[in-house]
Structure formats: C-alpha cells, structure tokens
Design a protein around this ligand. Structure first.
Ligand code: T4K
Length: 370
C-alpha cells in the first residue's frame, strides 16, 4: 500500500481561520443571514472592482447562474455549445427546455471552434454558449462576429475564468453575459457560489428578480423566478478570499511554470498552450498524453492513482456521450473528432496554491520516469 500523502487535483485555498471571526461576529450581531444582506452587497461591489466589470449578480452556485442567465435573456430553441466541458454547461440548457447543438473544438485552445459554428446554425438557433475551458479565453471576436451576423445571443460559461483578461481587459465583458463559478474547486471560492456578469443595470435588475422568486417588492412577482441567492456566510467567505487572491494566483503561476519547464521535453506529453497575451489564472494544468508517450492516458492516470495522486480527466467523457445527450445528431462522435480525441488524451495535473515543491516534484517524477 502506498503511504504517500494523497494529492488531489485541487485543494481549496483557505485563509487563517481567525480571519473569519470578525465576519461571523457581524453576521451574528445584525442577524441578516441572506436575501441580499450587507456582505452580499459588499462582495458584489468588491468583485466589480477586482474583476473590472460593471454589473455582477451573485448566486448560490454557477449552475443556477447559467440557468438564470438563459432565462434572463429569454433564450429558446437551439443553442450552440461545446461538448468539451463540465456537464453543467449543457444541463443548464435542458433545464430551460433548450436543445443543445454540439460543435467541435479547436485542437490548440480546446475551446469551441468558431470556424465550425456557422454550419450548425438553423432557423431555431437563438444563442451560442461557449466555455473558456481551463480559463483559456475563447476567440471572442470571431464568436461575436458570427453572433452579430445571425442575430444570436452569446452567453459565456466562464466558470473557470475568474480574473482572466485579454488585451481589452476582463474576459468577462464579452458577449451578452458571462457566468462564473465560485465552487470549492475553483480559483476563487465561496464554498459554493457563482455569479452572472452583465453589461447594464436593467439586465442586472431582471437577474436579481429572477434569482429571488421573481419578487420586485412584497406584493409583486414579475416572473417564475428561482431561489438562487448567495447567503451572507458565503459572501463573507468571498470577501475574505478576495484579500488573498493575488497571492493564490501568484502561487498558481509559479506551479504552472515549473510543470511547463519540467514537462516540455517529455516525448508524447503536450502541455496545453499557455495564456499568451492574456492574463491567466492557472486554474488547471491540462496535459495531453499523445502517441509517442510510453503509457496510454489511462495507464498514466492509473499509475498516478497508485501513488496517491488524484489527477483528473477533465473533460472525459464528453458531455455529448452522456445518455441524455447521446441521441442528438450533433452528439455523434463523427461530428466531434477533435473533442473526442482530446477527451481520450487529457489529464489535469494537481495545481493549487498550497501544493509544495516536493509534492510537485513527486508528480513530475512519475510523469517523466517511464
Ligand atoms: N461550468 C463549468 C465549465 C464548470 O466546470 C462547472 C463546475 C460549472 C459550470 C458549474 O458550476 P457550479 O455549479 O459547480 O458552481 C468539480 C466541481 O464540483 C464543479 O464545480 C466543477 N465545475 C468541476 C470541473 O469539478 P468534481 O466532481 O470533479 O469535484 P470533486 O468533488 O471530485 O472535487 C475534485 C477534487 O477537489 C477532490 O478530489 C478533492 C478536492 N476538493 C473538492 C471539494 C468539493 C477539496 O479539496 N475540497 C472540497 O470541498 O466536480
């Protein structure tokens, strides 16, 4: 039996416990636990400033934020999306009675390939839902051009893209809306949480109504809204995390650089491209196990497990392979050759701020010594 300490694909960053006490005392004092309390308001403000966005609406989790974003834009019919993501992306469409149409990905970025979008547009298409996979920016300009030509909405699943910027600033300012996840496994976490970023105050107001049962005031309900509100406890954790986020991102950057240096010369291992001119968040460290490497992807995955290293095969299986999507014509693997290949090659190696140099070396040795 291997007795090495387990290393998971990620570990949430948690500030010193005593730093949480003042926040708890405030909640206990004023007895506002949820429904848009003071910490909720403070966190919205602080995140707008930190991320460089105009309007943000906090949610209990990223999935409900995706579901609500589609509601807020009144999306119906068919939506073009990627099969290479976490299931929540496509599930948010099914929850709205929308038909997902899967389009293949770009082999370098692993994001939705804009060159393949037009062929999938039908008279029923109303929107595109791309994902900034691993926090790597989509080709937002090409996507917007298609959306403008065909009068489509764009909702970015930006669950991985906290803090990511392109040459124009926050990546979250593209499209009609962007959705973040603040789940425990994310770069910035509120235990569970999420948010919608939108461009104007009127849209934010509609989102705020939708996440609060549709209530406008005590006696007025304007829509069949959901309960998607973030609690004061989660918002307090977010405010506390924000104080440490720059340090956490800097540590991730160091770990990313060490992996790239150590693995760049390993035959058959390809590190997925780095941020280029973008400001990255180093949310994941995906490698592709290609022919030329002595082990298959699954054999390497298994070997790491035997040494108590719990890397993950994000995103295998493809969303399109799950039973509720398989029968869709666009889910046919022949329509998705790049995504299908990527799903069988990828392993995400552990990356998180408290991963030590020794632990990282253990992982690197296992990948390189074959
Ligand atoms: N869109 C995209 C593109 C997404 O990736 C996600 C979520 C969403 C939308 C939806 O957002 P949320 O509704 O979740 O806010 C995880 C997360 O549950 C999920 O949030 C995330 N994407 C997905 C990529 O990964 P699992 O099944 O891999 O999580 P789990 O529990 O196996 O955790 C992975 C590792 O993290 C564990 O081995 C140990 C560590 N861990 C995990 C938790 C929960 C901890 O150390 N502490 C923890 O509390 O799905």
């Amino acid at each position: 039996m291997n007795t090495d300490k387990p290393i998971y694909v990620t570990q949430p960053f948690l500030p010193p416990l005593e730093e949480l006490t003042p926040y708890l005392e405030k909640i206990w004092d004023n007895k506002i636990l949820t429904n848009g309390g003071p910490f909720h308001q403070q966190l919205e403000q602080a995140l707008c400033e930190y991320l460089g966005v105009e309007h943000i609406a906090l949610f209990t989790n990223g999935t409900l934020a995706l579901v609500t974003a589609l509601q807020a834009l009144r999306i119906t019919g068919e939506v073009i999306t990627t099969p290479y993501s976490f299931v929540a992306t496509a599930h948010s469409l099914l929850w709205n009675g929308i038909k997902p149409v899967f389009v293949d990905i770009d082999p370098d970025t692993l994001n939705l390939d804009p060159a393949k979008i037009e062929a999938a547009i039908t008279p029923q298409t109303t929107a595109i839902m791309p994902v900034h996979v691993y926090g790597h920016p989509c080709d937002v300009e090409a996507i917007q051009k298609i959306a403008d030509n065909y009068n489509l909405r764009v909702i970015y699943d930006a669950a991985h893209a906290f803090g990511v910027q392109d040459k124009n600033g926050s990546i979250l300012n593209h499209g009609d809306m962007s959705v973040l996840s603040f789940h425990a496994t994310k770069v910035f976490n509120t235990f569970e949480g999420g948010a919608i970023i939108c461009p104007d105050a009127k849209t934010k107001q509609r989102i705020d109504h939708l996440k609060n049962f549709g209530f406008v005031d005590e006696v007025t309900v304007v829509a069949p809204g959901i309960n998607g509100k973030m609690s004061e406890l989660n918002a307090a954790i977010g405010l506390l995390q924000l104080k440490h986020i720059d340090h956490a991102l800097a540590r991730r950057k160091e770990i990313d650089a060490i992996y790239r240096e150590a693995l760049s010369t390993v035959k058959g291992i390809r590190c997925v491209q780095d941020a280029g001119e973008a400001v990255a968040n180093y949310a994941y460290f995906p490698i592709m196990v290609e022919t030329g490497y002595p082990l298959t992807r699954d054999a390497l995955f298994q070997k790491l497990r035997e040494h108590n290293i719990y890397a993950r095969r994000y995103f295998y299986p493809l969303i399109s392979e799950f039973s509720m999507y398989r029968a869709l014509p666009s889910a046919n693997p022949k329509n998705l050759p790049i995504a299908t290949e990527a799903a069988y090659q990828v392993i995400c190696l552990p990356i998180y701020p408290t991963l030590t140099l020794e632990e990282q070396q253990r992982i690197i040795n296992l990948v390189t010594e074959v």
